[in-house]
Design a protein. Sequence first.
Lengths: 215, 284
Amino acid sequence: MNTLLNNLDLFTTGFRNTLILFVVSGIFALILGTIVATLRVSPIPAMRGAATLYINVVRNTPLTLVLFFFALGYPKLGLVEIDFMTAAIIGLSLYTATYVAEAVRSGINTVPVGQAEAARAIGLPFTQTLTLVVLPQAFRAVIPPMFSVFIALLKNTTVAAGFSVLEAGAIRSNLSERGEPAMAGLLWVALVFVLLVFILSFVQRKLEKKWKVAR
Amino acid sequence: MTSVLFDSPGPKARTRYRILGVVTALVIIAIVGFIVLRFAESGQFDAKKWRLFTFPLVQQTIVQSVGATLSAFATAAILSLALGILLAFGRLSDRRWISLPCYGFTEFFRAIPLLILMMIFYYGLPPLGVQGITPFTAVVAGLVLYNGSVLAEVFRAGIESLPRGQSEAGYAIGLRKSAVMTNILLPQAIRSMLPVIISQLVVILKDTALGFIVTYNEILFQAKYFGSQAQYGSPIIPSAIIAGVLYVGMCLILAGIAKWLESRMRRSPKVAKVAKSDIVAVEG
């Protein structure tokens, strides 16, 4: 308990940065992932191909390597300078977007065929069929897998600690500079994560109940 | 390809699709071209930056680091499959004093970030007097605890999705619960869950890269070491490219095996049909 109370400043900044990483990259990943999923089911082969390539390459790359590239490789390219936090947000968003895209696509597949057929029958083009009829239903069906994507994102934010972002994963090294026992600090970090994950799964169950598709 | 989402295109739509297709291709070429141009302009393709990787000793080290990644992957994969089966049986046990701890175990270890688990082993245990923790054991222990818990849920979902007649028939011919589990339910569950199990193995392979942060001598760790060699122009981007190609290649091979198995299984009538919604989403 003392380890936590004496270093509350470290823990609060650490977890604040973790939450910032989580929320910001979550929003970007949701937007980008939905766009990529739309491209993947679009009638234009070039768009489908591009989206599939992006998903296959990024899904098969470790997140650590993605962050490695943005944190250590990117500054060498002489483009606009970004700090480590932004680099981590870009990496996490690009990585998580592929999982969001796959979740959304599986959701699109669960929407009964009749829905899209009815939309086409009244003359809606592809974009309207998707955005007005299919996607709103797909998002409801996809809440459980989407939440496991976000829980994974929350846990993945710790990887950014390896690339100079002061967040929850970096609390240990800062604690050891102050001479605190590593184990106690790590266990507190683990406990907070367990708590955060439980909160997320609680929200998931609430949303599932609220948005249940009546069929 | 036919899709329920759009009508088969008429003459007007076909031209529109063609134009949009060309525009997409141009945009992609522009993005890729910009990246390649940027790489070239900042000298990432200079022979000087790649010279380091022409030395036999360096190539040997890279092969060794691939070996380190693969050995951590293989050890963790086998152990987490075993742990997963054990925990799944535990959770399905009729005795609450077995099933409850197993439930707690899986939920707890699935909620902790893998990196924190590895750190607990690597930085947390030695000061408490635990001897012999190497980066390898820390990486493998973290991977096994996390993926074992995830796989336990996969096995459980597989067993529970089997038709009830399977276990009832087993009991009817006088088998005990343990025999029903190991001889009847588990083989079928493994067959029907094989695609999910293999995609979890891909996750294990990818997560070995976290060993980089707890100083395990694997691909990414070597990549960073080579990338910081100043006398060769700090080739961090070339070494990131090499690491990326290695990882994507290894993962694609595993994913290819998964796809091949899936198509093989779909033809087999023996596999019980698992409802897609029963399969828990597995994420890395």
